[in-house]
Write a protein that binds this ligand. Structure first.
Ligand SMILES: *Cc1c(COP(=O)(O)O)cnc(C)c1O
Length: 413
């Protein structure tokens, strides 16, 4: 194996020490975790923050005058400040806590969408969306009589921007686009897409689930109207995520769910709603999750998002070259701008069999349609095997993957 010498100083071995889950063997082999696009592992500092909440500070937030409630409220709200800075949002109240990317998108379709989308209007998405950026829009279209338009992708997995330009018209209300494709790794030119949408008078929503953990995201520079991501893909806990929205839009939107915390006054005649961000945060939230997300943002800042992006790019180059040498293996998704995701098919071997053999060797990959069935249809394949990387992965683990795939070939040919 010709090693690509890494161009940047990055002490992976030291960073791996922070992730307890990585220090184990699976079926007697060291765990090689290459399923980061499904969920990322958690550093000890995130686990500790969650444990500290339950062991020391546990209380409900916002409504208590007692010490524990003050503490939990402070730590929970501190995460909002951290996320605001991390995304470079203009205001802290533009950070709405939700369960994850999926809920963030549904919040927009259910509130902004129901209020603003009418029969005959059009919503534009792309041909490589995750199901969670397809189905909520389809549901909205069914309810309102609006139409869904889809930007096609080319053979490499790049969006065809000329076709996108043709889809835009005065009926276009929203362009909802994935920042990075979880199935193919394509990094979409979001700044350009947003600019074109705004030029046509449409709003934009960006599904940032696969972008935020891997590259610097600046919502003001992108000028996106909404941006959603999930905590668990950013090395934080499950059950917490963020919807960013521009103040004016959020203020003009009706509330999402009704309940405690989202109100100012309630009588049986009339209820008045709370200010942003609480207007969209009914009920007791995932307090521990929010606190864990704050610790995750701290951790990523400590490692450095630009270093993460640079290192992962080198992993992608190394991995692409390494698996490409396997006869009969074809990489699906070769976009010009790509995140560290390698989806592939092997001639005559079902992805499920590949995944099962690799698992016996301690290697965790994902097989299937990756919640992006239309992408699979586009390439006329039922499924792929996907190796998706995080900054704690190593070139040695890629070598293990290649050895595993050699074994797969041996067994099935
Ligand atoms: C994971 C993912 C989602 C959905 O995230 P949830 O955490 O399941 O809500 C949406 N879009 C993309 C691109 C994803 O990778």
């Amino acid at each position: 194996m010709s090693a690509i010498s890494l161009q940047i100083p990055f002490d992976v071995a030291k960073l791996r020490e922070d992730f307890p889950v990585l220090k184990q063997t699976i079926h007697g082999k060291p765990l090689v975790y290459l399923d980061n696009a499904a969920t990322a592992q958690k550093p000890q500092s995130v686990i500790d923050a969650i444990v500290k909440f339950y062991a020391v500070d546990c209380a409900n937030i916002h409504r208590g005058v007692h010490e524990l409630s003050q503490r939990s409220t402070k730590t929970y709200e501190l995460t909002r400040a951290k996320v605001k800075k991390f995304l470079n949002a203009l205001h802290q109240h533009e950070i709405i806590f939700v369960r994850g990317t999926t809920e963030g998108i549904n919040l927009v379709t259910q509130t902004w969408g129901r209020k603003n989308v009418k029969a005959g209007d059009e919503i534009v998405i792309a041909g490589l969306e995750h199901h969670s950026n397809i189905v909520p829009w389809q549901m909205l279209c069914e309810e309102t009589g609006a139409h869904l338009r889809v930007i096609p992708i080319d053979d490499r997995g790049d969006l065809i921007l000329d076709e996108y330009a043709k889809l835009l018209n005065p009926r276009t209300r929203m362009v909802a686009i994935g920042h990075v494709s979880n199935a193919l790794g394509t990094i979409n030119p979001v700044r350009k897409i947003v600019e074109m949408a705004h030029g046509a008078g449409a709003l934009t929503l960006v599904d940032g689930a696969q972008a935020v953990p891997h590259m610097k995201v600046d919502v003001q520079a992108l000028d996106a109207d909404f941006y959603a991501f999930s905590g668990h893909k950013l090395f934080g806990p499950t059950g917490i995520g963020v919807l960013y929205g521009k103040t004016d839009l959020l203020n003009a939107m009706p509330p999402y769910q009704g309940g405690g915390d989202m109100i100012r006054t309630v009588t049986f005649e009339k209820t008045t709603y709370n200010d942003l961000p609480y207007k969209f945060e009914a009920g007791t939230p995932d307090i521990a999750g929010g606190i864990g997300l704050g610790a995750a943002v701290d951790y990523v800042n400590h490692v450095g998002i630009d270093k993460i992006a640079a290192y992962e790019h080198e992993l992608l180059l190394y991995g692409t070259e390494a698996v490409s040498r396997i006869p009969g293996l074809r990489i699906v998704g070769t976009a010009r701008e790509k995140a560290a995701v390698i989806s592939f098919v092997m001639e005559g071997i079902h992805p499920h069999d590949i995944g099962t053999v690799l698992d016996r060797m301690g290697i965790a990959v994902r097989t299937g349609h990756h919640c992006a069935q239309p992408v699979m249809d586009r390439y006329r394949i039922p499924a792929t095997t996907r190796a998706s990387f995080a900054f704690y992965n190593t070139t040695a683990e890629i070598d293990s993957l290649v050895a595993g795939l050699d074994k797969v070939k041996e067994i099935f040919s």
